[in-house]
Design a protein around this ligand. Structure first.
Ligand code: AHR
Length: 491
């Protein structure tokens, strides 16, 4: 029996809904032949956006979408993607497979996608190969409501009202594909760019996110905070999960992996907690009297591409192992909601740890999708401190259970628990304190063997099911199957 406690008297504050954010890059089949099929496609679409994908992402509760990269962002010139489609410039996507980018999905199409999804846009601007003027013009094009050269151009292209885009990334991975800069240089550049990214409406201030560190590069965060902290609202962090022993050139397969790679992947993903805590500590040290947030705007699993697919397209399947990775990371972000203001799993459709995979007109929801859907009640809820007794298991010695909890304004409590043990069910006995008498508990669970996944001919192989849970004198009890993610709603 594993004892857990949800403490209604202690909270780190609201869980920003943007922690449940996503990322869509011009990479492989994420945008083209994924989300965007074009107006003339035989696949049902609204203004070129695949209807089944839009419906799935809405049902999952997508709050914010980052675009257009990634590495692509620092080669992207936004003017290539506006105006009549047949006269848009055709360029080479030099980062991802060297394919032709016809720019048929540009700013107006991205904003239309966000409108259909009812989510906030988050645009990553080009610092690596662009100019301050170009970036500044993009903000004016999107956000100026009155008369101005950029607002006039936007209107000529069919959009009268400003979009009031709030979230702007000042470059991406400036230490790598975004320009191979040193933190001192980037910190200064970030100040300069930030100066010219203006607010055009006092009621819609923009939110500036500096290009942050890779993994444990703490000196990057420190230097950027020291140099540019006064000019930004948040710093990003990128961390991808691979099996522990694997090198970048040999990350291991997304399916059919040995058990030891299941445990070493979970071990590596748990490292996110240490990264979040250490980067947050540095941010706090240099933030002064303004609160600067941490945006984990790229995270997720990165395995070898599926055999026979373009290595530049980063297409991988998604198993119960990915579901556990998603559950652990979302629990970590919930539990650090005092500093983590946004996270964006990479990437929404057909790339890396995707929530949706497509093949022609077929679509599958991945195990990762179901975790996001089961966790969506945490969005904007008040985080509650929670603890669970754990035993260390598996070849990599990971804790068997992982938990987070929150309470919505209507009093409903959501407790999400992952059972990492692929062999044994977990008997959970969870006490709930400080929240009054519970009247009702209901549970849902996603479970399977570590390598189970949904494919185009077996799309419902892994999907949530009802999990029996019973009230006790001071909380609830349930049995979590081996390798599972459970969500309990308490009233
Ligand atoms: O998500 C794939 C790539 O990973 C992104 O383009 C880049 O920012 C990161 O290295």
């Amino acid at each position: 029996m594993s004892k857990a406690i949800v403490n209604g008297n202690r909270s780190k504050g609201r869980i920003n809904r943007n922690i449940y954010g996503h990322f869509a890059e011009h990479l492989g089949r994420c945008i083209y032949n994924g989300i965007y099929v074009g107006e003339n496609s035989s696949i049902p679409n609204v203004n070129g956006m695949r209807t089944d994908i839009v419906n799935a992402l809405k049902a999952m509760g997508i709050p914010v979408l980052r675009w257009p990269g990634g590495c692509f962002a620092d080669t992207y010139h936004w003017r290539d993607g506006i105006g009549p489609k047949d006269s848009r410039k055709k360029i080479v996507n030099t980062n991802w497979g060297g394919v032709t980018e016809d720019n048929s999905f540009g700013t107006h199409e991205f904003m239309e996608l966000c409108r259909q999804l009812n989510c906030e846009p988050y645009i990553s601007g080009n610092v690596g190969s662009g100019t301050v003027q170009e970036f500044s013009d993009w903000v004016e094009y999107c956000n100026m409501g009155g008369q101005s050269p950029m607002a006039g151009e936007r209107r000529a292209n069919g959009q009268d009202a400003p979009w009031n885009v709030k979230y702007w990334g000042i470059g991406n991975e400036a230490w790598g594909c975004g320009g191979n800069m040193r933190p001192e240089f980037y910190g200064d550049l970030c100040r300069q760019y930030s100066t010219y990214l203006r607010n055009y409406d006092p009621e819609h201030s923009i939110y500036k996110i500096a290009s942050g560190a890779s993994e444990d590069d703490y000196s990057w965060t420190k230097t950027v905070m020291q140099r540019a902290g006064r000019f930004i609202d948040a710093v990003s962090l990128h961390y991808y999960t691979r099996p522990r022993t694997k090198r970048w050139e040999d990350k291991g397969p997304a399916t059919g992996f040995p058990r030891e790679e299941y445990y070493s992947t979970l071990y590596n993903t748990l490292y996110m907690e240490e990264l979040v805590e250490n980067h947050s500590r540095i941010i706090k040290q240099y933030q002064g009297d303004r609160q600067i947030g941490l945006c984990v705007d790229e995270w997720g699993t990165w395995f070898d591409v599926e055999p026979g697919t373009n290595p530049g397209f980063l297409y991988q399947q998604n198993t119960m192992r990915d579901a556990l990775v998603a559950a652990i990371n979302l629990n970590i972000f919930n539990n650090h909601c005092d500093t983590v203001v946004m996270s964006n799993i990479a990437q929404t459709v057909n790339v890396l740890q995707a929530v949706v995979l497509t093949e022609g007109d077929k679509l599958v929801l991945t195990p990762t999708y179901h975790v996001f859907e089961m966790y969506k009640g945490h969005q904007d809820a008040r985080q509650l401190e929670s603890y669970v007794e754990t035993a260390m298991i598996g070849s990599s010695q990971v804790p068997d259970l992982h938990i987070s909890a929150s309470q919505r304004d209507d009093g409903t409590v959501l407790v999400t628990v992952a059972n990492l043990d692929d062999n044994s069910p977990a008997e959970l006995d969870c006490a709930v304190t400080g929240l009054g008498k519970l009247r009702e508990v209901s549970g849902r669970v996603l479970s399977g063997a570590i390598g189970d996944y949904n494919d185009f001919d077996s799309a419902d192989n892994v999907k949530p099911a009802t999990l029996t849970a019973g009230l006790t004198g001071d909380g609830f009890k349930a049995t979590l199957p081996a390798c599972s993610v459970a969500a309990f709603i308490l009233k």
